[in-house]
Design a protein around this ligand. Structure first.
Ligand code: NAD
Ligand code: UDP
Ligand code: UDP
Length: 328
């Protein structure tokens, strides 16, 4: 039939008009869903700079054209306004599937839409990958571990997730997306890659999307108190966005399906994070305690030995934990 015909065509040959991308490697055509967002736009920059053609598919729910404005006019760059919940036909070699709101404030805004994005959006992109023989990378999340009973978290841990809570549209949605990826891999021979991303920060984060790093920084700059939720003793590990992007590309180009934790093992309590922001931005910054949100994970810290060993990846921007140990 025509779909398997196009699959053979695109996976076994090169696209017409393709240009070489440096020595020893043909340029590829790559789709990045969610490419107008925080992580996606940095990934697109890296792919464009190494010589590939990039198509961004984004509905601009949380992403912004400004994140990509510097690429408008580049003949190797294309931006399509499209919602991944709807099918789409494209001819590509690789799919980085990032489309999904990532901040709790955004993913709880319309939870049904969030789970549709995770399930139907991922299904459509896997269907596309199957049709054209493209390699598919899913950006899953450390949230699949829920409020973890194992610390630090290894990829072998199955997680402790509330299926009916306020965060479920996101964490159960991502768990289903992982399931779909593995089922297309086993059932339809799609080459898949799964990244479990831990909290990430850097330029182009939305200042008002409610994530803790952007909240504290924005509050300190605006001379408002930093809002610490709960007792502030919950922990997170923060990685810089360029490290994550390097990890995503290493995973896509490597031979291993995963899942792989991509994160920075340095672990901070939210009170310690507030202290760092205070030291860095404004020594007179103050703290205000607020009630915590439902199902907030008490601790989170990646074990990244699998990515170190099999992808030869680890974050370059290391912030040593200030705390000797947690959870004893
Ligand atoms: P982001 O909100 O900045 O980017 C998400 C992008 O997806 C936005 O451009 C948004 O407009 C787009 N999008 C959302 N729903 C869509 C839909 N239905 N159709 C098309 N486009 C849609 O978030 P981010 O921080 O860049 O996260 C990117 C990916 O990484 C997400 O899949 C997220 O779950 C994952 N992740 C991020 C973090 C983090 O700390 N930033 C942690 C774990 C996982
Ligand atoms: N799909 C898509 N683009 C493609 C191929 C498929 O959006 O190039 C969608 C398709 O509409 C379907 C989903 O991906 O909703 C899964 O496709 P698949 O072929 O695996 O399943 P089927 O269509 O047989 O249910
Ligand atoms: N948090 C906080 N103050 C804020 C925003 C968040 O104390 O203004 C806490 C939140 O309760 C959580 C942690 O910071 O324990 C990380 O929250 P974020 O929304 O950044 O990411 P999450 O890891 O929860 O997805």
């Amino acid at each position: 039939d025509s779909s398997s015909g196009s699959s053979r065509f695109f996976s076994k040959r090169t696209f017409p008009g393709r240009v070489p991308a440096g020595i020893g490697r043909k340029s590829m055509r790559i789709v990045v869903t969610g490419g107008a967002g925080f992580v996606g736009s940095h990934l697109v920059d890296k792919l464009i700079s190494r010589g590939d053609e990039v198509i961004v598919v984004d509905n601009f729910f949380t992403g912004r054209k400004e994140n990509l404005a510097h690429l408008f006019g580049n003949p190797r760059f294309e931006l399509i306004r499209h919602d991944v919940v709807e099918p789409i036909l494209l001819e590509v070699d690789q799919i980085y599937h990032l489309a999904c709101p990532a901040s709790p404030v955004h993913y709880k805004f319309n939870p049904v839409k969030t789970i549709k994005t995770n399930v139907m959006g991922t299904l459509n992109m896997l269907g596309l990958a199957k049709r054209v023989g493209a390699r598919f990378l899913l950006t899953s999340t450390s949230e699949v571990y829920g409020d973890p009973l194992e610390h630090p978290q290894k990829e072998t841990y199955w997680g402790n997730v509330n299926p009916i809570g306020e965060r479920s549209c996101y964490d159960e949605g991502k768990r289903t997306a992982e399931t779909l990826a593995m089922d297309y891999h086993r059932g339809a021979d799609v080459e898949v890659r799964i990244a479990r991303i831990f909290n990430t920060y850097g330029p182009r984060m939305c200042l008002d999307d409610g994530r803790v790093v952007s909240n504290f920084v924005a509050q300190a700059i605006r001379k408002q108190p930093m809002t610490v939720y709960g007792d502030g003793k919950q922990t997170r590990s923060f990685q810089y966005v360029s490290d994550l992007v390097d990890g995503l590309v290493a995973l896509m180009e490597g031979e291993h399906v995963g899942p792989f934790n991509l994160g920075n093992p340095g672990e901070f309590t939210m009170l310690e994070l507030a202290e760092v922001v205070k030291e860095t931005i404004d020594s007179s910054a103050t703290i205000e305690f607020r009630p915590n949100t439902a199902d907030d994970p008490h601790k989170r810290k990646p074990d990244i030995s699998k990515a170190k060993e099999l992808l030869n990846w680890e974050p370059k921007n290391i912030f040593e934990s200030r705390i000797a140990s947690h959870g004893e």
